[in-house]
Design a binder for this molecule. Structure first.
Ligand code: TXA
Ligand code: MG
Length: 315
């Protein structure tokens, strides 16, 4: 099992010697290594059992160091960055040679994020290199939002997990790029489209799937529990139906196999609970399958629905 703690000096030391360390962020936990060291980065792919064609996000402490890693920052991206970074937003930017090809899977762009989690920021500020980090789950499974989630899945394969508490946003960052004076959203996430549009005007959605190599992480079946998950409208909770677990939005739970993302119908609260509740239902021995309902399709509800759809089983 990995050691779990808040020893940033130890974490930094491990990272400096090319080890992989799990780190907390406000979105989900990450599996981090020195982004400038290909032999450290390759360990991330190995531990996560992730295919090499799926590129990693590079985490930096602040916008001042950005010019070390990318050629240019387009104007709308700069505006969004000024408004929302640090935070749950990732930018695809034209990389320079200091970023190894393994990080971007050979693509000309590198994904860059400035996380806001205080421990992660402190760690990044103490290092002389940025951290490449995907979500700290095995490939295709649900992203972790606590140190224990990481421990359960990857604890045997990494030396240390920094415990930063429960992730405050709970779903991965929104991924954007800029082309021809327009923002393109590649992955829905913790920063809503509405918030982006406030500073950058109308965005275009290019939410790709497995067939598109531009964002190969957007595989159709992703963020998925091991048990089948079915999306249903107007779920009727029944105590008498054996072996069903329910995942709802805005319904007060009446028994153990029913988890509600936010009885007050607050999408931010739902995002915080989403992955933890999917894991919990997945782990309940009496439950054979899960029925889940979608949120209203706006704000963070869209990103949550995206995750639920990718988790769902279609017969
Ligand atoms: O919130 C987050 O973004 C978390 C935390 C740890 O920062 N990270 C995360 O990483 O979700 P990951 O690897 O699970 O998802 C990153 C996504 C993948 O879908 C990947 O394909 C895409 O970003 N991506 C990374 N670099 C890319 C690039 N150069 N071009 C296109 N897509 C890229
Ligand atoms: Mg992931």
């Amino acid at each position: 099992m990995a050691e779990i703690g808040r020893d940033l000096a130890l974490a930094a030391q491990l990272l400096e010697t090319g080890e992989v360390v799990a780190v907390p962020t406000e979105t989900v936990y990450g599996l981090a290594a020195n982004a400038l060291d290909p032999s450290a980065v390759v360990k991330i792919f190995r531990v996560k059992r992730r295919p090499l064609f799926n590129p990693l996000i590079v985490h930096i402490p602040n916008a001042n160091v950005l010019s070390k890693y990318v050629d240019s920052i387009p104007p709308l991206v700069e505006r969004i960055m000024a408004e929302y970074s640090p935070g749950p937003i990732t930018y695809l930017l034209s990389k320079n040679d200091i970023i190894p090809d393994i990080v971007s899977s050979g693509l000309p762009n590198v994904a860059i994020r400035i996380p806001s989690h205080p421990l992660m920021r402190k760690l990044l500020e103490s290092l002389s290199f940025p951290l490449a980090a995907p979500s700290a789950n095995t490939f295709g499974y649900i992203s972790p939002t606590s140190a224990m989630h990481v421990q359960h899945q990857l604890g045997n394969e990494i030396p240390y997990i920094i415990d930063g508490g429960k992730s405050g946003i709970g779903i991965e960052s929104t991924i954007i790029s800029e082309a021809d004076g327009k923002i393109i959203v590649h992955r829905l996430g913790g920063l809503s489209i509405e918030d982006i549009e406030k500073v950058a005007g109308k965005v275009e959605l290019v939410i790709t799937s497995s067939s598109n190599p531009k964002s190969p992480g957007q595989l159709d079946s992703h963020y998925a529990p091991r048990k089948p998950l079915f999306l249903k409208e107007n779920i009727k909770i029944s105590r008498n139906r054996n072996s069903v677990g329910y995942l709802t939005f805005g319904k007060t739970p009446i028994y153990n196999y029913h988890l509600d993302l936010s009885p007050d119908r607050n999408p931010s609260e739902a995002a915080i609970h989403l992955f933890a509740y999917m894991r919990a239902l997945d782990a309940m021995p009496d439950i054979a399958y899960i029925e889940a309902e979608l949120l209203p399709e706006d704000g963070l509800g869209r990103a949550i629905n995206d995750r639920l759809r990718r988790a769902a089983t279609y017969l």
